[in-house]
Ligand binder design. Structure first.
Ligand SMILES: C[S@@+](CC[C@H](N)C(=O)[O-])C[C@H]1O[C@@H](n2cnc3c(N)ncnc32)[C@H](O)[C@@H]1O
Length: 398
């Protein structure tokens, strides 16, 4: 299986007016050529994992240097009828970033239309210093193919009603919107969303990742619900799942678990043996909504993969010996896996583990708790270009 974006890119430097003007400093490394950024990320991972026996570092997987983010979390600022969509400045006022080059082109095209729509609603942007106003954020996600998911984060039922009434106008303004929802966040809290989500249109966004030359069945559409996690860089996520599928095919276990499975990206891309027969795959994820999405994606793809809503550690510790798989994939949040899960993997007898991490520091800590495993192959994925963040995946062998 060949992997996309596996070569280091030419030294390029996208020019960002927002950065230069000091209006947005989120892409802290944007003035460093992307090849140098990626080289430094690989060096950092190598250094951090010094002491863990490592067989081979595969060439890092580069990202396009712009247009790569499939999700924008836009803070609504400005004034009623003149909203800004972007980030909050240091003074708590909105900074408009509608031309941000790291957003996917479909998201960039949608932002001015969204701003016009919001202006027409007459809803007041939430003013952070004064703790007044209604509209807090808009989350926009673009699927490969251009369909959009729009989520409006507002304070009150009245705003929800107003957006609901204006749904026909919104659909006309943004015909690519396949899913539209309103999230209620009444509290004055510096968070990105609240618990309650009201769907106004559709149910899930189909993230169809074309994994190149994948085994039959690996080319699946992942159903993304409004509150579920999804990797933010579609091209690099595709390469990550393809890498995991290649490692899994090489080991060719009869059964595998995908712990912290989200909407099932790893599980569903590893759900068939190289010959095409279904593999025994079980995904575990704490979010019930994500589990429902994964189950739907499996059904649509005709895959018998199973999913459970559970805490990954409690699930593993509660499994009986006869149910243990031949390979475990873990892809936890930044904090890493729990010490109990690392200790369980260490004593479980499971021969192979794939650990995909967005935090090499917690990866190092977890590997120190699993001394029976050696890293057979490792690879850095540039999921978050122009920042120091990265994804690193390792194939571990007992
Ligand atoms: C980095 S995301 C990975 C998701 C998925 N593997 C993917 O590729 O999209 C981590 C996932 O772990 C889930 N999670 C967080 N804590 C968990 C826990 N204690 N047990 C199981 N899943 C958990 C989150 O809801 C999130 O979906």
């Amino acid at each position: 299986m060949s992997l996309p974006h596996s070569a280091l890119p030419q030294a390029t430097l996208p020019h960002c007016d927002y950065f230069e003007a000091g209006r947005c400093r989120s892409c802290t490394l944007i003035e460093t050529p992307i090849a140098a950024q990626l080289g430094a990320k690989q060096d950092r991972c190598r250094e951090l994992l010094t002491g863990v026996p490592a067989a081979a570092w595969l060439p890092p997987v580069a990202s396009p240097d712009r247009d790569f983010r499939n999700k924008a979390k836009l803070v609504v600022g400005g004034a009623t009828g003149r909203v800004t969509l972007g980030i909050l400045g240091p003074d708590g006022a909105g900074v408009d970033l509608r031309d941000c080059l790291i957003q996917s082109p479909g998201i960039r095209a949608a932002i001015p239309r969204l701003a016009d729509f919001l202006d027409a609603t007459g809803l007041a942007p939430y003013n952070v210093p004064q703790r007044r106003g209604e509209l807090k954020l808009v989350h926009v996600t673009e699927a490969p193919g251009g369909a959009l998911m729009l989520r409006f984060v507002v304070r009150t039922e009245q705003s929800l009603d107003r957006l609901r009434k204006r749904l026909p106008e919104l659909r006309e303004t943004l015909p690519r919107a396949a899913v539209i929802s309103v999230n209620l966040l009444p509290e004055h809290k510096a968070v990105l969303e609240g618990d309650r989500e009201e769907l106004l249109l559709g149910s899930s966004l189909e993230m169809h990742l074309a994994v190149p030359e994948a085994a039959p069945g690996a080319d699946v559409a992942l159903h993304l619900l409004p509150q579920s996690f999804f990797q933010t860089n579609t091209a690099v996520a595709q390469a990550l799942y393809a890498q995991a599928a290649e490692w899994v095919d090489r080991v060719d276990p009869a059964s595998l678990w995908d712990l912290y499975c989200g909407v099932g990206g790893f599980a569903l891309h590893c759900a068939r043996h190289p010959g095409g027969a279904a593999r025994d795959v079980l995904g575990v994820e704490v979010s019930e909504a994500a589990v429902r999405s994964a189950e739907r994606s499996a059904r649509d793809a005709g895959l018998p993969a199973r999913f459970r809503a559970a805490d990954a550690t409690a699930f593993a510790l509660g499994a009986s010996e006869g149910d243990l798989p031949e390979l475990v994939i873990v892809n936890p949040p930044r904090r890493g896996i729990s010490p109990e899960l690392a200790a369980w993997l260490e004593r479980s007898g499971v021969p192979d583990v794939i650990y995909s991490s967005c935090n090499p520091e917690s990866l190092r800590r977890d590997l120190a708790d699993m001394p029976s495993f050696a890293v057979r192959e490792a690879r850095v994925f540039d999921m978050f270009p122009h920042t120091s963040h990265l994804e690193v995946a390792v194939l571990l062998e007992r």
